[in-house]
Structure formats: C-alpha cells, structure tokens
Design a binder for this molecule. Structure first.
Ligand code: AHR
Length: 631
C-alpha cells in the first residue's frame, strides 16, 4: 500500500470506529440483581404419535404393521415372496389370532416350495430396515401351522443385491399359537437402509403369523426400547419432563380411539392397538410403561395427560355420573405411575417389569379443551380436579383451557406462530399477571420450514425463548411441538418438526439447536438487564447460576448485519479472562439442516477474551448466541 492510500485507510478505520462508538447500542447487565427465579423445569419435551414419531420413529421396532389389523390395508407392508417355482398366497385371516385382543393374523399359504425355491412373506419396515455391521438384532413372532415341526427361515436381506446380512432358522412350529424368539447377527454387511425382513418356508404348508418384531440395539440396551440415535439427540436437550401421550393423540378422533392406557400395558399380545387421529394405526408398542421408561432413561419426569372426556370429532362425556368411569380411570393411571407395588395398579406395573414407582408432580386434564363446542370443560375439569386432589393433594393439576369455578394450578397455553409472530411475541409474558395459575407452554413452534424448521424459525424461536426464560417465574415449563418427523414421503402429517429422521439416520433442525443452547445454559435466576436503542430483531435475556459462578448472556441477532453491543456488566465481581461464546448462524434465514445435510447449521463454540466489565461484542448476522462468563 502506498502512503496516501494507507493514510486514507487508517482514516476510514478511525471514522468507522467513531461511528461504531456513536451508534453501538448498549446492553447493561446488573449481575448482582436477580429479578426472578428460573424454573428448573423450564425445558422439556412434548410427544405424541404423529409423523411416525413412535412406530417408525423413536420406538425401536423395525417391522411395519407388526400386528395384522382388519382388512387389506394391514397387508400393504406384507407382500408375498416366491422364489423359482414356489407358489404362495397371503391374506389377513379373521378367524385365528394369537389372543382375544389380536383376533386375526397373516395367513401364508404355500402350495409349492423347496429348499432352493422357498416362499413366504417379507416386510420392508418403515421406509427400509437399517442394517449395520456386527450388530445383534432381537426378533420374535407368534405363529402356528398346519404342518407341525415346520421350520421358518428368517433373513435380513438387501433389497438390491439380495445378499443376506443375517439369517436364522426357527424350528418346530406347532399347531397352537406360540411365541418364537430369535436373534440375527450381522457380519460385515455394509451400512444401509435398503433391507427387508424375509420369513420363508421350504415346503408346502400354511403358517399364520402375528406380532412379527425386530429390534436393533437400543438406547441403554433396554429390551424393546428406543432408537439410540434419536434418544441421544433428545439427551443433548437436557429435557426435564415429557408431556405424554399427546396432543390430539390423547383424545383420539372418537372416544373409542382415545389413548386408553389400560390397553397399552402388559404383554404386546394383550394390546389391541388403536387408531390414531393422525391417520395411521398405532401398534401401542409405546404404551404407558414405555413412556415412563423413556422418562427414566433421560432422567426426566412425566407430565401425565389424562383423557378427560372430549374427543376431536366433538364427542364428549357429560360431567357427572357419565364421566365418573373416566375419572376413576385417571386415578388408576396415576396409581400405575406412582403407586407402591402393594397398590392395585402399582402391582400391575410391578408385574409389567417395573416395581419401583415413578416420580410425578403434574397431571394435565385433557388437551386443548377450548375446542370442545359443548363447553363442558368447566364441569369436566372440576370433577377431575376434585377427585385427583382428594386422593393426591400434592399433585399439580394443569388445565388445558381457561376454566371458571376451580382455579387450576397451571394452565397449558399453545402457540403455533409464523416467524413474524414469534418475534412479536417475545415480550408476551413480560407484563403478564402473576396472581393466577402458573403457565405451561405445552406446545409451541415457529412454523417456518418443512419438514423441519429453518434458521429463520430458529431465530424466532430463540427470540420467543428469551421471553419465556425472562418470565420463567411464571412460565414454569415449555415444550416444542411436534417433536419428531419421519422425513420419508408420506411420513409427515404436520410440517415444521424439531427432529427429522429416516430409517438410518437422524438430525436436529436449527430450532433443535436453539433449544440445546438455551437448555444447556439455563441458570437459576434471571438478572436485570436492559438493551438501550435496541436494534430491530435483536433480543436478549440474562440468567446466572450463582453457585457455579456463571452468567449466561443470550443474544439473538435476527438482522442481516453484524450487531455490536457495548456490554456493561455491573456487580459481577472479577471476571475470568476468558468467556465461551456459543454461536449458531447462517448466511441466509433459509439456511437449514436436512437428512442429507444434517450439520449445515449448528452451534460452534469459541473462547472470547474478556478485559474488565465493559466490552463490545459483535454478534454475527442471523445468529443465536450464548456468552458464558465466569467469575
Ligand atoms: O402438535 C400438533 C397438534 O397441535 C397437537 O396434537 C394438538 O394438541 C395441537 O392442536
């Protein structure tokens, strides 16, 4: 650079730094002035069977339609297979099944077959069956045959190459229904989702199958447990609760299709399965006990939603004597969760394999009962409230809509918003009354992006979360919804879902990462802070954890330009010379993650030198940031 040019350049730097000083908005943080307690249970999960969340999702089962239901539909995923000159026909048989609850089965009638020309059925799983090398898969089926002693060959086979990743032979079938258990061990099979499970026989015979099941290794090696990769994503969110089992899934389209918890416990053979409001049948493999074990695995508590006499097709049960059996059912359910093994339903839980009771503090009565056009919720809620409080005075009862007459402990409010709305609502609770019930934001999401939210949604989510965090003396719990989506064509019934997956892999959306960032830097108290000349689309909240000597400064810069903030920290004591800045940003608000590009938008961590209690930090365009300071 020649001299005049250098002079011009340094003059330009001077001018721009003067301009920066003149314009830099200030962010004053009063670190020694706590203004509210942070709810330790603020971040949790909301879940229901939607978007193949359990079957084809977090529940580890790999066989699709493992229970043969009524009619042709249930056979869609059970095509016949005949090699060489073999001949076979496959049908749903209404006349025989393994139990009263599962009265039908898959009849596989083989009229010609031989060792080199076997015949049977196959199942392609939920858009494929994942295979990895050197893994043990646990399988079982119920079967009977007209040819006692018959052997069934079970093979995990690649769709394209026809190569078997693993195979075993189940021998000695009998004419009575019996369960057969087996394992498949893969060798050097390449990682692939393009596989199916094959059940074949090598001679003419008829076999009836039901409850054909195959599990990969699961999270925490829990038998018949959850998918490890998806559970690890959830664990990173450090959730404190799981709101279960819905959502609309609790209510069902009709009363008969509600989440009838007693039909979801015990051996699979006693679970009749049921129709979900999201247009596919639930296997109920994810039954009440599995929900609770999911909580146990992630060290979170259930928020138990009990069916409260309203279903989506505007069917309701009148408060009074007609509702009493449903109230009793809820009391039984609470006892199943919390009762000692010497109580009726606690004993049932012990019989199901879990003698120890589960912790429970919150029971939610219904779901979105503002949609009940009979306006019966006041009466229904009161009946549940009194009955539950009488038996379990320490439980906190959550209402799903405003009620008169009884004051609920907590009210569940739902927000599905555009990005514009989420930004606008970032201060929604700042001046809300503190004299009524506490608030549970049981479902919320910024709905931008499909199937999973993009960066714009994540920025708006972060802005919204600064508001929940600042007000978490009032908002004691919050959970995004829906949590999951199977990204395969046909897998999604509701767009903008936090975590996406196919048979083989899974990923967190930018909104997922926003939550990981917020929940892993929670703090115990909100401290006073003020942004002056707050720029458009910049949001902040500050919490501290005095015992750990930490201050967490969350800043969202949703604008398209770098945002300097002159941070003035008051009452912070002597700060450590280095802070950690965790930041997630992207080039455009449309930036997103997908099954093909799972890591396009993710937080990164870097050390930031801190000199004294006044410093300027520049926050990247389109960024969510947590600055962690230590003293
Ligand atoms: O999250 C999807 C649906 O939205 C839930 O099932 C329901 O509670 C809400 O209307």
């Amino acid at each position: 650079m020649n001299k005049p040019a250098a002079a011009v350049a340094s003059f330009a730097v001077l001018v721009s730094s003067l301009a920066l000083c003149a314009q830099t908005p200030s962010f004053t943080i009063q670190a020694d002035k706590p203004i509210a307690k942070v709810s330790p249970t603020l971040y949790g999960l909301m879940t229901e069977e939607i978007n193949y969340s359990y079957d084809g999702g977090v529940y580890g089962e790999l066989v699709r339609d493992r229970v043969i239901g009524r009619g042709f539909g249930s056979l869609t995923h059970w095509p016949a297979v005949a090699r060489g000159n073999a001949q076979v026909s496959v049908a749903a048989d209404e006349s025989t099944g393994p139990s009263a609850e599962l009265p039908r089965s898959l009849r596989v009638a083989v009229t010609a077959a031989a060792a080199d020309a076997p015949a049977g059925v196959e199942n392609g799983g939920y858009w494929g069956i994942p295979v990895r090398s050197n893994e043990i898969y646990t399988g079982s089926f119920y079967a009977r045959t007209d040819t006692p002693g018959l052997a069934v060959t079970v093979t995990l086979q690649n769709d394209q190459t026809g190569i078997a990743a693993a195979s075993t032979v189940v021998t000695g079938l009998s004419s009575d229904w019996k369960q057969y258990k087996w394992t498949l061990k893969t060798g050097t099979a390449p990682v692939s989702a393009n596989n199916h499970l094959l059940l074949t026989i090598a001679k003419p015979a008829t076999v009836w199958f039901d409850l054909v099941s195959l599990f990969p290794p699961t999270y925490g090696a829990r038998p018949d447990g959850n998918r490890a990769d998806v559970m690890s994503l959830l664990a990173a969110m450090q959730p404190k609760f799981l709101r279960l089992p819905g959502g609309n899934y609790l209510e069902g389209e009709h009363i008969a299709d509600r989440f009838d918890w007693k039909k979801t416990i015990g051996p699979w053979i006693n679970r009749p399965t049921h129709e979900s409001p999201w247009r596919y049948r639930s296997s109920d493999g994810m039954g009440l006990l599995e929900f609770l074990e999911w909580c146990e695995d992630l060290k979170m508590e259930p928020v138990l939603a009990v069916y409260a006499g309203y279903s989506l097709a505007q069917e309701h049960v009148e408060p009074g004597p007609a509702l009493e059996p449903y109230v009793e059912d809820a009391l039984d359910e609470i006892q199943y969760v919390t009762g000692g093994a010497d109580s009726k339903w606690g004993a049932e839980r012990a019989k199901d394999g879990h003698p120890a009771p589960f912790p429970l503090h919150y029971v939610e009565v219904g779901n979105e009962d503002q949609f009940d056009r009979s306006h019966s919720y006041d009466g229904r809620f009161a009946q549940f409230y009194h009955a539950i409080k009488q038996r379990y005075p320490n439980l906190q009862i959550i209402a799903t809509a405003p009620v008169k007459g009884v004051t609920p402990d907590v009210i569940d409010e739902h927000y599905y918003m555009s990005a514009v709305e989420s930004f606008a609502q970032a201060h929604h609770y700042d001046n809300a009354s503190r004299s009524g019930p506490k608030v549970f934001v049981g479902e919320w999401a910024t709905r931008e992006g499909d199937p999973t939210p993009n960066l714009e949604a994540a920025l708006a989510d972060a802005a919204w979360l600064t508001g929940l965090e600042r007000n978490s003396d009032l908002v004691i719990m919050a959970s995004y919804a829906p949590l999951f989506v199977n990204v395969n064509p046909g897998g999604m019934q509701w767009s903008t879902d936090l975590i996406g997956y196919n048979a083989l892999s899974s990923y967190g959306s930018p909104s997922y990462w926003t939550q990981v960032m917020f929940s892993s830097h929670l703090g115990t108290e909100v401290v006073a802070s003020s942004l002056s000349d707050a720029p458009v689309r910049v949001y902040a909240s500050v919490t501290r954890d005095a015992a750990r000597h930490k201050l967490f400064v969350k800043v969202v810069n949703a604008s398209s330009t770098p945002q300097p903030l002159a941070i003035a920290l008051k009452g912070a004591g002597e700060l450590a010379p280095q802070a950690v800045l965790t930041s997630m940003s992207g080039k455009t608000p449309n930036a997103t993650n997908s099954i093909e590009h799972p890591d396009a938008v993710k937080p990164v961590e870097r050390k930031v030198p801190i000199h004294g209690s006044k410093f300027t930090e520049i926050f990247a365009p389109y960024s969510v940031n947590v600055l962690e300071l230590s003293d």
